[in-house]
Design a protein around this ligand. Structure first.
Ligand SMILES: [Zn+2]
Length: 367
């Protein structure tokens, strides 16, 4: 397939191909990864003995991961104070961080191949880094963050996870037809992404181009303008609670129905318009659309469960002012670990956050 301009996907692949040899010459293996972390810890004055000693020359090296203070003989396991405490594949972690800090998106699959590690390990690295970014995002003032309904992204959500029905396996290669860059704005908008001019829509299953399963449609048909409970829906559709519950989540995420207090559901008459100013909305649309396009090109799609984490991961990708060299690494060196269980149990909210872009010249609140 020949395309006249470089796609986001190709540009990203090229960047990985260019940057990875650089990284490998800096950090060829896990041992040199430990050396690199130690060097950074000294550089950022993050190593300090209880006796007050923090000079690199006042520490002796006992083993790869242990220092000894020359003043008080205390042993310091320096990785124990960072997020890399239990990490074996340190090179892969640093590699993912290296690429992210250079505005390159790394997929679990690519990291698996580059570092010759298990897919599960690579996936854990990529998702945990995204969790760290999401945490940072939550620490930022809320006025700086734009929100968008999750259903804006419905076209790039794989319907797989505990809370939605599976229809496509994530390891399948992204659909080539999804990488068509030459669509017009109208075509893009007709694919479900809101534009600033498109303020509201009547919500019916027909005029919104969403892939609903037969189960979803049956449940949707049973929901009318009068609020109806989940139990009544089970009776009306002759389905079990799990099926109805799964359909309700999908319909709600799609913006077709609304949940009311008391576990009642009603059809949406209109999609909500963002209650922001025109300028903010334009900015939100542009940012959201960039994230949308990038996710579609690089990943093909993402799970509804982790959409927010992918958006957070793009923070690095888009925001070259806040995310410079070693900024992500510093977060991990600071050592506020995220537990594997927290990554597993993460679920994106119905309103996702999109990070603002700080333009180098227009930056107002750069710290
Ligand atoms: Zn000491």
């Amino acid at each position: 397939m020949k395309t006249p301009t470089k796609t986001i996907y190709d540009a990203n692949q090229d960047a990985v191909a260019e940057l990875w040899p650089e990284f490998e010459s800096l950090i060829p293996d896990n041992e040199s990864a430990v050396e690199h972390v130690l060097q950074k810890l000294f550089e950022y004055e993050m190593i300090r003995c209880h006796c007050g000693n923090q000079e690199a020359e006042n520490f002796a090296r006992i083993s790869l991961r242990i220092l000894a203070c020359r003043q008080c003989s205390r042993e310091i396991r320096f990785l124990a104070r960072t997020c890399f405490r239990y990490v074996k594949q340190l090179k892969a972690w640093l590699g993912a961080i290296y690429l992210k800090e250079r505005r390159v998106l790394i997929t679990s699959y690519r990291l698996t191949r580059l570092c010759n590690i298990a897919f599960a390990t690579a996936h854990n690295i990529v998702t945990t880094l995204a969790c760290h970014l999401q945490k940072e995002l939550e620490l930022k003032p809320s006025t700086d963050v734009y929100s968008a309904p999750l259903n804006s992204f419905i076209k790039i959500l794989f319907r797989r996870s505990l809370i939605s029905v599976s229809y496509k396996h994530p390891s399948e290669p992204p659909d080539e037809s999804n990488r068509n860059n030459s669509q017009t704005q109208e075509e893009k908008e007709s694919q479900g992404f809101p534009s600033s001019s498109q303020s509201s829509n009547d919500c019916t299953a027909n005029n919104i181009d969403i892939d609903l399963t037969e189960t979803d449609k049956t449940v949707f048909d049973a929901i009318q303008q009068m609020p109806i409970s989940q139990d009544s829906l089970c009776v009306a559709t002759a389905m079990n609670a799990a099926q109805v519950s799964s359909a309700l989540v999908m319909l709600e995420v799609s913006g077709l129905i609304e949940a009311l207090p008391g576990n009642l559901f009603i059809r949406c008459k209109q999609r909500e318009t963002p209650s922001s100013s025109g300028a903010q909305r334009d900015s939100l649309t542009a940012l959201g659309f960039r994230a949308f396009l990038t996710i579609r090109e690089i990943y093909g799609g993402v799970s509804r469960k982790y959409l927010q984490l992918y958006l957070a991961a793009f923070w690095c990708h888009f925001d070259s002012v806040r995310w410079q060299q070693d900024s992500l690494l510093k977060i991990l060196l600071r050592g506020k670990s995220i537990r594997f269980q927290d990554v597993l149990s993460y679920v994106s909210p119905l309103t996702v956050s999109i990070m603002p872009l700080v333009q180098p010249k227009l930056s107002r609140n750069q710290n």
